[in-house]
Write a protein that binds this ligand. Sequence first.
Ligand SMILES: Nc1ncnc2c1ncn2[C@@H]1O[C@H](COP(=O)(O)OP(=O)(O)OP(=O)(O)O)[C@@H](O)[C@H]1O
Length: 580
Amino acid sequence: GYVLASVGSGLAPVAAAWLTKLVLDRLATGDGGLVLLAIGLAAAGLAVAVLGELIRYLSAEVSRQVTVLSRDRLYGATDRMTGLANLEDPVFRDRMRLAEQHSQSGPVTILDALIGGLQSILTLAGFTVTLIAISPWMAIVVLVASVPGLYAEWQLSRRRAALMTGLSPTERRQYFYSELMTGLEAAKEIRLLGLGRLLRRRMLSELRTTNAAKRRIDRRDLLVQGVLAALGAVIAGAGLIWAIMAAGAGRISLGDVAVFVAAVGGVQVALSALIARFGMAHNALLMFEHYQAVTEEPAELVVAGEPIAAPELRHGIEFRDVWFRYSDEHAWALQGVDLFVPFGRSTALVGHNGAGKSTMVKLLCRFYDPTRGAILWDGVDLRELDVTELRRRIGAVFQDFMCYELSAAENIALGEVDGTDELRADSRPRVEAAAGRAGIGEVLAELPHGYDTMLSRMFFDQADKDDPATGVLLSGGQWQRVALARAFLRDRRDLLILDEPTSGLDAEAEHEIHTGLAAHRSGRTSVLISHRLGAVRSADHIAVLVDGRIAELGTHATLIAHDGTYARLFELQASGYTTT
Ligand SMILES: Nc1ncnc2c1ncn2[C@@H]1O[C@H](COP(=O)(O)OP(=O)(O)OP(=O)(O)O)[C@@H](O)[C@H]1O
């Protein structure tokens, strides 16, 4: 439909010009058949008007459909990224942002340019033939005069694409400052520390940098386009003078003058539209490379030729001389870690900030691969296992757990989605049981809409704005319990990872959860990270990490007897709770 409407719209102005010529010539000579010609002329006018609107609608419809397709591909590609390295790479993040922007506009701009270009070419061809019929040299002058425009547009679109890519980090920083100033997350610190002016100034400075670069290119554009427009006007003016003189001398008819004027104007308009569309398409194609790069990004994690479905854990997981750094520029986060996490036992990781504890659990989930050494799941290298299957066997609460702006029930039920595209319909009893075990069951049940209450105040509309039951905000510790409940829902998993699972809880709650966790962990394979050594003393094994190395390993009793780092840290914490 879009192509047909564009063809019609491209030919209608040519038809209108020819019909005008015929009408004028017949008026001059007094010949008949004027009614039909007048009707034809009116019909051509109608076609121009209606087809313009139709094209606008069809273009928007194509745009909507293309957006769904391109977004689906883009987010499908991000979903296939199984590691974290890409998302931590600033260059990739910039690419991703550009890909997001251009996944919507890019394909549509290219398509519009192609179809719009076809329309312009038809108009151009029609008027060029007309011009050649009346004055071949004028046709040549008009066409040759368009060559610099085409070249200039090509150059400008390349510059624009390079500019957009170059400005991406600046725009990212600008976006970061804007988000800080308008979001809730940083609001407390911004107000208390009075950061508003500083952030605003930095944001504006980034914006000015962007504007200055865009202004430079716009000025170049203005100069080039201005000169070309003036050239076009001079050619059109010269043509008009020639046509009037020729008509005065009787060499061409009155109708010829009309069609000549329309043709010169038509050719120029069609040519400049063609050049502009060509520039837009060229720019969109250059920017679309980012989209292509993201959607075709190879997997960050080496995929084994024939991945093995992770078997049920029977013996344990072994870190064998694991060395790891986040990139070649970073220092080693782990330096030759040897550790066995036995099946059915609880293993605790303790150590100073930055010792490498969270890094170890991220490697366990295979968010990264060891730089050297290997992690073995019942003797099989994690790199040989199907990563999705592996993760199905793991439940975890991370230090930076997520608070989803969804209902309470959904926040917990997300724990057993496992790659499907819907929440399980029958999950409610298990959700409530998991919430109960995380000590948040009663609180959630008593919310205005029980488990269906939104844990957010963001999604209200005008109608329920003043209804306090629309959504509620939980406290930090309550959120942590919700995250725990989400992990508990993955109860039948082989490995439970708890990275600081109770850091936000009050003392009583922490004790209660830890007693519950200790009972829950017994007979299950778990890895627990906590700075509160009282919470880890019941673990079967405690590994003390110092600078990415396992410095001590044993039970609470043996480590205290060893009188090393653990004993010192434990003593320090214990002394904080006793009066001397
Ligand atoms: N995504 C990352 N990119 C680069 N370096 C990182 C990243 N995450 C952690 N690191 C570095 O790796 C080292 C180990 O960090 P890790 O988060 O494992 O420590 P941790 O023992 O869990 O500390 P904490 O007790 O503070 O949580 C640190 O030096 C840290 O700066």
